[in-house]
Structures are given as C-alpha cells and as structure tokens.
Design a binder for this molecule. Structure first.
Ligand SMILES: N[C@@H]1[C@@H](O)[C@H](O)[C@@H](COP(=O)(O)O)O[C@@H]1O
Length: 260
C-alpha cells in the first residue's frame, strides 16, 4: 500500500486526476469505478477541467458505480445513479450508455446484485476504483464486519452512516436503511484501488486502515491485501498516522516515472 500525504483536498483531487489521465492515455476505454460522497468531488472537478481544456480525452472512458441506496424512487436526486450522472458522467461529456450501476429499485435485489457483478466481469473488470472512507472505516457501503470475501449484495446501514449521510436528505428519517454495495471481494478485483480521505473526521479510520490489522471490523483495512492500493490523505486525515514521516519521505524520493 502506498500512502501519499497531500496539503489539502484540492491537491488530492489534482493528483488522482493526473493518475486517471495517465490511465486513459494507456487505455482510452478504461473502466473507472467511482465513489460518491463529498470527498471525491475535487477529483471529478479536476478531471472535468482537464477534459474541457483538451489535456485529457475521456470520450471512450466507461464509468461504474460502487454502491446504491435500495428503495429510492428511480430518478431520485440522491440516488447514487443520479449523483454519478450529475457529478461525473455529464461533466465529462459522456453518454449515459458509458455508465453502469446496480439497480436499486429492482424487485429482486439479490438478482440485481448478481447481475451487476456479472456485468462488471463482462466489461473486463474495473481498471481503477476510486474509494472514499466512512467515519467507521467502511468502503462502498461495506459496514464494519462485512466479509472480506463479499460480493455485491444488500447491506443494512449503521445508524452512524445514516446520520453521516443525512446531510444529503431533508432528515435522517429519509436516509434508506438498505443499500446495494460492491462487496469487498468485488472491490479487491479492481486493478488499482485509490482511496481519498480528507479532514480530521477521517483520521482515526485512516490510521486503522493503514496501520491497524486487516480486520473486517475496519472494512477499508482490506486494502492491505491488494497489490496496488494507493491511499491519498490530506494533512488532517493523516494526523493519526504513526508512520507519516516515512510515508512523506517515500513519496518525496519516488521516481516520477512510477506514477501512483
Ligand atoms: N457509500 C458512500 C461511500 O462510498 C463514501 O466513501 C462515504 C464517505 O462519504 P464522504 O466522502 O462524504 O465523507 O459515504 C458513503 O457512505
């Protein structure tokens, strides 16, 4: 696992957008897994800026969703499908056909989950999966004690996550209890995992993820099992990392050609 400490969220967004630009040059039709929440927005803004000024050609990129609420009416503005279309697909100028996600309004949720895992496989697998992290260490919506081998499935949100996400709804009562999420095993299938965490509220979850044991009680710690995982953190989110001086030195002396 590589840990990169950046000054602030904007710098994290620029760094990761650069890595996506490199990927798209090597593989123009790369499948990019995207996360929701506030944290990755600087990545999407930086990438869209590169596309609009002609530095990056994302016209053949494909986008896939990490997770979804269950039971929101189709087209609900806070369904993750709507969020990804609004924050990623449209700003990049991509057609809706370039986008795939699980069907959170399906009557047979289990079948929708299996269909999504199959669709990811048929698409050739995810090339680069962006991740945020919940305050309880969740990735996607894999709450604490999710199986590290899990595939896409339905999960129940913790009250902490429902409260954290209530800011996107009129009240916490409107936050669904159930979600579909790529499983931790599904996420680990991606070729490159890039987790961005910013702000002091994520510092403990980041320390547990990077320096704690691999344990399902901290789902993001599963990144330690992946051969190419990058954790990008701002100073505040890095504030509880015991090995921060080592991470800083490693990145400062890294040959530029290695990229992320
Ligand atoms: N399912 C999403 C996660 O993918 C995201 O990482 C998390 C943190 O969101 P934020 O970046 O807004 O703190 O929120 C939700 O729970």
């Amino acid at each position: 696992m590589e840990v990169v400490i950046v000054p602030d969220a904007r710098a994290g967004g620029e760094l990761i957008a650069d890595a996506i630009a490199v990927l798209l040059r090597q593989k123009p039709d790369a499948l990019l897994g995207v996360a929701t929440g506030s944290t990755p927005l600087p990545i999407y803004q930086a990438l869209a800026a590169r596309v609009s000024d002609g530095a990056v050609d994302a016209s053949r990129a494909r986008i896939c969703q990490l997770d979804e609420y269950v039971g929101l009416p189709p087209g609900h503005p806070e369904s993750y499908r709507s969020v990804v279309l609004r924050e990623v697909v449209e700003p990049l100028g991509l057609p809706a056909s370039s986008f795939m996600g699980p069907d959170g309004s399906a009557e047979d949720v289990q079948a929708a989950c299996e269909a999504y895992d199959a669709a990811l496989g048929a698409a050739g697998g995810v090339d680069l999966q962006l991740l945020g992290i919940g305050t309880d260490g969740h990735i996607g919506f894999n709450e604490p004690c999710s199986s590290l081998a899990s595939r896409t499935r339905i999960k129940t949100l913790t009250e902490q996550t429902r409260r954290d996400n209530a800011r996107f709804f009129d009240s916490v009562d409107e936050v669904p209890h159930h979600v579909i999420t790529q499983g931790i095993g599904t996420i680990l299938d991606a070729r490159h995992l890039v987790l961005l965490a910013t702000g002091e509220g994520k510092a403990q979850a980041v320390a547990d993820t990077v320096e704690g044991p691999v344990a399902s009680v901290v789902p993001a710690s599963a990144l330690q099992l992946h051969p190419h995982a990058t954790v990008v953190v701002d100073e505040a989110a890095a504030s509880k990392l015991r090995l921060a001086p080592y991470f800083r030195n490693t990145y400062a002396t890294k040959p530029e050609w290695q990229g992320l």
